[in-house]
Design a protein around this ligand. Structure first.
Ligand code: AHR
Length: 530
């Protein structure tokens, strides 16, 4: 049986008894048999599912990326070198910018040229927005980290003309007035813009629009906001992403149906390539789960909430299948991640939270889900890259620390554009209080060079898991990789102790082509198999 949505539920029932027995022996390692079928390698796991989201929010941009050229913090044209090096190492495929809710109040002209307008950021603490990090700084940042641009244009308080002119400024190769202005701003060559977000949460902070109202805006923006880059006309065309659902509520079913039904009948004059979906792991609203200093109960509850992602993907994929059976439109999960209570003493509008081992496990479970739905989920952007929500990196003046989530992204680099390989296993169960979860999760893939990789997460914080992996076709000769765990479910990396949650090398035993390995409790392991 292939591990999938329905099998998960069956396995939870079948193995509930096993889980109860095991609960009586908290430290006993249990054997999990995993069967890998490299000959059935199928869909590509788009590297864009490892995308990032960087909004003008708190210290995400200012301090996190931008310190300015005169800063004592080592930087290149104002962009901090330590953060760039860290992000290069996880091969960030794309960055969504400038928001979020911020995008629908962003006016790009205020962020170009020698004189920047000083404005406010009403969504996020009402602080000053100096606009010193604008279009050219963002594109420079992308160039430094080697990522592609996902630009969200302002539909809520902007105009199609403003957005169209922004894209002309960015992409025109011919000497138009806007292209010359870009050249005068330091970049004669047209930029590439790979993804265009048409609004953000237009059913809420993006303008509280009805589905029909948004649809008419979508058609206008899709037609008039053109990419003129000569290299993006036939190949590598800019993909246009429409606002989609934000959760389970029936209003988002209606929204998704309205957009997808219109897409099915769309004419030459408008098109979309992606439908956005936002889903945070919050638990309760307003966010009140602590990001550090919690116990096993909160660990189990948050992981239960995060697995609701699968139901959402299934639900909205089913609607998309109805109107787009060829899966031309990607489901783009362009805001996801854990959203906890703000850290005490921080500005609540800055969404500052710690990042623990729980978040690493949460990230791995979601990345596995995206990979298993790679035929439809071809892009995802975790929120948010630096200093806000479930970040990769945290900074404090000249200091920088890499989070447990960062290390999962690092370990998963081989899965970028890899080919999904089916795995079959009995997940078993982990039970704590009234929460029962699949105990183990696994995905496999062949990387772009043909090497086989396996990622296994042991959700159980108390019991190790003994895995025995068999392969169809040629067996394994050797296997090694990294495992990420820590003493406690809420272990974190801090500026003073940055190495509490870091990957450590592991080697599997191989006999008769089968691989065996002990997975630490509450761990994420990624191994390559020769
Ligand atoms: O990521 C924080 C906010 O969450 C974004 O600005 C918005 O799109 C979402 O509601």
């Amino acid at each position: 049986m292939h591990f999938g949505p329905s099998s998960t539920r069956v396995l939870i029932t079948v193995f509930a008894l096993v889980g109860m027995i095991a609960a009586a022996q908290p430290t006993a390692a249990q054997k999990v048999e995993i069967s890998v079928e490299p000959s059935k390698a199928g869909v590509k796991i788009d590297r864009n599912i490892f995308g990032q989201f960087a909004e003008h929010l708190g210290h995400g941009i200012y301090d996190g990326i931008w310190v300015g050229p005169d800063s004592a913090i080592p930087n290149t044209r104002g962009i901090r070198n330590d953060v760039v090096a860290a992000l290069r190492a996880i091969e960030v495929p794309n960055v969504r910018w400038p928001g979020g809710c911020f995008a629908d109040e962003y006016h790009w002209r205020k962020g170009i040229g020698p004189q920047r307008a000083v404005t406010l950021n009403p969504n996020w603490g009402g602080v000053i927005e100096p606009n010193t990090f604008g279009t050219n700084e963002f594109m420079d940042f992308l160039d430094q980290i080697g990522a592609e641009a996902y630009v969200s244009v302002n539909v809520g308080s902007g105009t199609p003309q403003e957005a169209a002119e922004w894209l002309e400024y960015l992409t025109a190769g011919q000497p138009t007035t806007l292209a010359k202005e870009r050249a005068a701003d330091g970049h004669p060559a047209p930029y590439k813009v790979d993804f265009l977000g048409i609004g953000n949460e237009s059913w809420d902070c993006g303008g509280n629009m009805t589905p029909d109202y948004y649809l008419s805006q979508l058609k206008i923006y899709s037609h008039f906001v053109r990419n003129f880059n000569p290299t993006q006309q036939d190949k590598q065309q800019m993909l246009k992403i429409a606002v989609g659902p934000g959760g389970d509520d029936p209003r988002w079913v209606d929204w998704t149906q309205t957009i997808m039904k219109a897409y099915q009948r769309h004419t030459w004059s408008w098109d979309i390539n992606g439908l956005s979906m936002h889903s945070y792991t919050v638990g309760k609203w307003p966010p009140s789960y602590a990001s550090v200093g919690f116990g096993e109960t909160e660990y189990a509850q948050i992981l239960k909430y995060t697995l609701e992602m699968e139901g959402l993907i299934d639900k909205y994929s089913a609607i998309m299948n109805q109107y787009d059976p060829e899966k031309k439109v990607a489901l783009v999960v362009d805001e996801w991640g854990a959203w906890y209570a703000p850290l005490p003493g921080t500005n609540p509008g800055f969404l500052v939270q710690q990042n623990s081992l729980r978040d690493a496990i949460l990230a791995a479970l979601n990345l596995n889900l995206f990979a298993r739905h790679a035929d439809r989920v071809r892009m995802a952007n975790i929120a948010q890259m630096i200093n806000a929500l479930q970040s990769m990196v945290m900074t404090d003046k000249e200091k920088m620390v890499l989070t447990p989530t960062y290390y999962v992204y690092k370990m998963y680099v081989p899965f970028h554009d890899a080919t999904f390989v089916p795995v079959t296993f009995d997940a078993g169960t982990y039970t704590h209080g009234d929460v029962t979860l699949p105990r183990v999760d696994a995905i496999a893939a062949k990387d772009t060079a043909g090497k086989l990789w396996l990622a296994v997460t042991n959700v159980d914080p108390n019991r190790a898991a003994e895995i025995e992996v068999s392969f169809t076709g040629a067996g394994a000769k050797s296997a090694s990789g990294d495992t990420l765990t820590a003493p406690k479910v809420d272990s974190v990396n801090t500026f003073d102790a940055p190495h509490t949650v870091v990957p450590k090398p592991v080697t599997a035993s191989v006999q008769g082509g089968k691989l065996t390995m002990k997975l630490e409790p509450k761990s994420v392991t990624v191994i390559s198999i020769e």
